[in-house]
Design a protein around this ligand. Structure first.
Ligand SMILES: [Zn+2]
Length: 105
């Protein structure tokens, strides 16, 4: 089962202040760690449910928020800008499910 994950930092558990959302700074680094851990938890849960392939599209701000060296080893990571489909860049008909990690404003 192949999963597409679009990650945004707003709405991540533990994010409570704007300084955790926009860097640079130690609060933003904490936000990055929280976001990466939450995405990894989603991947772990989906793996237990039978998923075995993951693409994570970083959709917040500069789109370079997740910590690649801490991201789940089974995930491919789409980072950086120049994404015509923005939060859904990389999604195609080969995926079985989409996870949206964000809060709607
Ligand atoms: Zn965002």
């Amino acid at each position: 089962m192949k999963i597409f994950i679009s990650s945004d930092i707003e709405g991540t558990a533990g994010i409570v202040d704007w300084q955790q959302v926009i860097g640079p700074g130690p609060e933003y680094e904490m936000g990055r760690r929280l976001l990466t851990a939450e995405v990894n938890a989603a991947i772990d849960g989906a793996t237990q449910a039978g998923a075995d392939s993951f693409v994570v599209n970083d959709s917040h701000w500069t789109m370079q928020n997740l910590k690649p060296d801490e991201l789940h080893h089974d995930a491919s990571y789409l980072s950086g800008r120049h994404k015509p489909l923005y939060m859904m860049e990389g999604l195609d008909g080969t995926f079985d499910a989409v996870f949206m990690a964000r809060i709607l404003h």
